[in-house]
Design a binder for this molecule. Structure first.
Ligand code: PMP
Length: 436
């Protein structure tokens, strides 16, 4: 059934779960936005490599050499998958969160950061050592571009900088951080236009592609973004590995993200008793310690599988499911689908909604226990965005676990259904039937 639905079979799709109402069903994993099931192909590739496991960049032995080759070839595969420019670096990290924290640690002095309040916390919070400008939630993609342009055009001058604005004034380094597809609404953001706006004002841009990369073809050079970050576990690979890819200059001049073996080229005692270190200037600079070669190989395997399956057919298949879910939900009066850019805005297979009179956590628990359907409930690590979408106060630091909402009352959290490669029609049909 899986192969009929999608060219990419996934692991774990035939797990049986007992229901509180009696009987058993196969588990419908509709929480791809949190972690997507690994592809069978990824599992097979990793299993085939497992007996030859060796340390990377460390030994003369055959297994070490083999692992080093796999590791470095994986870097090349990821670079190709992302459409990297010749001079870009691909740094392996633990996750999108880790990638963005790495970039935050590599910002040049006096860098200003511009980020929409609608971002996932991984994009919103890492910039602790910079001056951060939080931009208000836009209501259309065009408004997002206007908001960014206005903020960049009026940013504080930096007298010590050699950079000049288009009007000739001195400006300091700046970074824009934006998501490609929202983890709450699934809506696509106007990345190319935002990149053009950033560059026109002397700023750089990093794309949080955690939700975009699994659902959409991605090309750094074509989008003209400076960096891209994503996670393996959302791209149909297992947990524990992620990627930061893009411009080498800031990364090369920054202090290593982690200090230790692998990042250092030469270490020597000084006559005064201290230690001199020469750090690598390649991606290894930020990859100290023994790397997660299995996780990295799994990401590369997923990139190859997605490319070979072809994004055209994956996107077409996923969009059929998006239409089916939206139509199904629209037939239930009590359901309100959440969107920032309007109900018809293009989106990936990530849809959040509330049900009038229901506590979202109870609703999600019932989907699991009574129908064997796994969805997510809460504020999805994007508290200001979800509060804006629910019409509650975006500044309210209240708890995620909301009290029971009475009919007609506003929900304080939401339910999210998400899917992608390998999702069979039956899972989506069961979900719609259960909501009804
Ligand atoms: N950005 C977005 C848009 C996400 O959806 C997520 C994960 N929910 C992250 C960043 C963080 O990813 P990770 O937990 O893998 O670091």
């Amino acid at each position: 059934d899986q192969t009929v639905c999608s060219p990419l079979p996934v692991l774990g799709s035939d797990v049986l779960v007992p229901l509180v109402t009696g009987g058993e069903v196969t588990y419908a994993a509709l929480d791809y936005a949190a972690s997507a099931p690994a592809l069978q192909r990824v599992w097979d590739d990793v299993a085939a490599y497992a007996p030859y496991y060796g340390s990377v960049h460390r030994g003369a032995g055959y297994l070490s050499q083999l692992s080093t080759d796999l590791f470095e070839n994986s870097r090349a595969t990821v670079a190709e998958f992302l459409g990297c420019r010749e001079s870009d670096q691909v740094v392996f990290t633990r996750s999108t969160t880790d990638s963005l924290n790495l970039l935050a640690a590599a910002l040049p002095a006096d860098c200003q950061v511009f980020v929409f309040e609608t971002e996932h916390h991984a994009s919103l919070l890492p910039w602790r050592n910079a001056q951060v400008n939080f931009l208000n939630a836009p209501r259309t993609p065009a408004q997002a571009v206007e908001t960014l342009e206005r903020a960049l055009a009026t940013r504080d001058p930096s007298p010590s900088s050699r950079l000049r604005s288009s009007r000739g004034g001195p400006i300091g380094p700046a970074l824009v951080c934006v998501t490609g597809a929202s983890n709450v609404t699934g809506e696509l953001w106007p990345v190319k236009e935002l990149a053009a706006a950033a560059h026109a004002h002397g700023a750089r841009i990093v794309l949080d592609a955690a939700q975009l990369a699994p659902h959409h073809p991605l090309d750094i050079a074509e989008l003209d973004v400076d960096w891209v970050a994503f996670s393996g576990h959302k791209l149909y690979a297992p947990f524990g590995s992620g990627v930061l890819a893009g411009r080498a200059d800031w990364l090369r001049s920054a202090e290593p993200y982690l200090a230790g073996g692998g990042a250092s080229r030469k270490v020597a005692r000084r006559a005064d008793g201290g230690v001199d270190v020469e750090w690598h200037t390649t991606a290894a600079r930020h990859e100290a310690g023994s790397p997660n070669v299995i996780g990295v190989y799994a990401i590369a395997s997923a990139c190859k599988a997605l490319t070979e399956a072809g994004f055209d057919s994956l996107v077409e298949r996923e969009q059929q499911l998006v239409t089916k879910v939206l139509e199904g939900l629209s037939e239930v009066d009590a359901v309100r689908v959440l969107s920032l850019f309007g109900d018809d805005a293009p989106r990936v297979g990530v849809i959040s909604f509330v049900v009038d009179g229901w506590n979202s956590s109870h609703f999600a628990a019932a989907l699991s226990a009574e129908y064997g359907i796994g969805v997510r409930d809460g504020l999805f690590c994007a508290h200001p965005l979800v509060r804006t979408l629910l019409g509650s106060d975006p500044q309210d630091p209240g708890e995620c676990g909301a009290p029971e909402a009475e009919p007609g009352e506003r929900s304080l959290n939401a339910i999210r259904v998400s899917f992608g490669a390998g999702t069979p029609d039956e899972h989506v049909d069961r979900f719609i039937g259960a909501v009804k």
